[in-house]
Ligand binder design. Sequence first.
Ligand SMILES: NC(=O)c1ccc[n+]([C@@H]2O[C@H](COP(=O)([O-])OP(=O)(O)OC[C@H]3O[C@@H](n4cnc5c(N)ncnc54)[C@H](O)[C@@H]3O)[C@@H](O)[C@H]2O)c1
Ligand SMILES: C[C@@H](O)[C@H](N)C(=O)O
Length: 344
Amino acid sequence: MLRSISQALLRHCACLSTTRKTLYTPTTLDNPRVLITGSLGQLGQGLAKLLRQKYGRDNVIMSDIIKPPKHILDSGPYIFADVLEFKNLQEIVVNYDIDWIIHFSALLSAVGEMDVPLAIKVNIQGVHNIMELAKQYRLRVFCPSTIGAFGPDSPRNPTPDVTIQRPRTIYGVSKVHAELLGEYYYYKFGVDIRSLRFPGVLSADTHAGGGTTDYAVQVFDDAMTTGKFNCYLEPNTMLPMIYVDDCLRALVEIMETPNETLKLRTYNVAAISFTPEQLFEEVRKHVPKLEVEYNPDGRQSIADSWPQVFDDSGARNDWGWSHHYDLEKMVQVMFELKRKILKL
Ligand SMILES: NC(=O)c1ccc[n+]([C@@H]2O[C@H](COP(=O)([O-])OP(=O)(O)OC[C@H]3O[C@@H](n4cnc5c(N)ncnc54)[C@H](O)[C@@H]3O)[C@@H](O)[C@H]2O)c1
Ligand SMILES: C[C@@H](O)[C@H](N)C(=O)O
């Protein structure tokens, strides 16, 4: 009996290795139908807006497990999708004729440490489901990674695309897992999975979702409302950061790049690196009286294990990535948008 099972498996393997590997490229590349998971977080709402401008309102399906505000419901299709429910995901792909999945659902670095079993479920099991789905329905997938996929043994300044990755957070471990699994599905099954390692993202109209880089988003609200900010990182903690428009443009660019052009499945993308002190100095050009108190907490040790400066020469050379926002321009635009949002 055992022998016949192993023989059947061997026959299956032989078959796989000879039939492989047409790349799973959707036929409707000019106008793909896109599902965004975890789309009510910091990045999803802006991405939906951008993709709907490019591919059409009804071709971009936002999804999450939480109830959306009215302006989201009014802006285009929004549905419930739990990335832990495979059958639910299958139904969505079939019913909405999906070509691409942008897989944003995740627990970020700081909240991941607070509930490791849930982070393992959402960040690891969720990724398994998305990759199996992509294999089954021949989808193109974007699965973001992060500076958090590196750890204290990685070179921190600069951190290249390919180097030691031994992260010390469950978030980082799950992202390394996703990077490797994506590469495996690509080489084994021809599934078109792409990834970028994003720095900390700054955005004005959405809140950061429980990461280590959140301070750089929160300071704008606090500077404009109370004029005081309690910073959980030391003043000289340098981390790579990026403005949301650059981040989302990078995502769209890599998804639209012909596959032959890509030499890696996962690229670093970078814009600027700064410390809290350098950011607050720039913020004080707009709010001169900003008072800052430093009270480092558990997020300090996470930040200390992450890259300080990201080497993104691979992305720049292979598919032409370049950032548009430096520190000064980013702070300027954050204040302009925040003033409108806070009606100041
Ligand atoms: N924001 C950043 O600074 C940053 C930087 C690097 C990488 N990333 C990556 O980009 C992606 C999006 O980040 P974000 O900042 O928008 O995250 P976020 O935390 O703001 O949003 C994540 C979303 O996932 C949803 N979610 C949680 N469990 C789910 C489940 N079981 N099924 C479906 N959805 C579920 C949440 O409701 C939430 O809306 C993440 O994968 C993150 O790791 C973000
Ligand atoms: C860097 C990124 O992955 C996220 N903002 C975090 O801090 O967890």
